[in-house]
Design a protein around this ligand. Sequence first.
Ligand code: SAH
Ligand code: MG
Length: 195
Amino acid sequence: MSTFEQLTQYGHAHQIPILMDESMEWLEKILLEYRPSTFLEIGTAIGRTSIEAARILPDLQVMTIERDPEMAAQARKNIEASEQKDRITFIEGDARYVDLSGQTFDLIFIDAAKSQYRRFFEKYSPLLSENGLIITDNMFFHGLVEHPERTHNRHTKGLIRRLRAYWEFLETNEEFETTILNIGDGLALTRRKHA
Ligand code: SAH
Ligand code: MG
């Protein structure tokens, strides 16, 4: 079994919110078409997407951030065991406070706490290269963004509000333009507006 298949099985068995199949297929297509040199992932989980991205593009440099100590331990172990380990920099820490200033990324993948999406965007979008892409996962939040009445949980309602605010923030952004894609749990594809 390939590393990718192993991590996929492990993710499903342990209820880890790994990227949905359809979204992963789309991301692989984007990687092959767009051929970024540098990739930043916010929210590593067990390292599945980072390792796969580095596998698909043999020159890609990956940086990925995870704050949960148990996930981080898994990610570190999986990355270390992968053939791609020399091109993947793993950072254990809260992405709100990690300092990557001075670095640039061709592709930034936001896939961590939904309540903090805007904050991640504002912090990391200045590091995006001129023609770079920002991809955000879980824009639909399992249909709850469209149908907030389906939950009565206060915490979930709060998350829906934050996600809607992020959606609005992207749609009204002066510097960036965004397309929301009906793939998996909803992906936002953002790039700089060019005059
Ligand atoms: N990108 C992964 C899935 C990530 S799941 C994949 O494609 O397989 C979301 C992860 O984000 C969780 O492991 C969670 O612990 C992490 N996370 C949430 N908020 C974070 C933050 N502020 N900084 C770093 N990681 C965070
Ligand atoms: Mg996700």
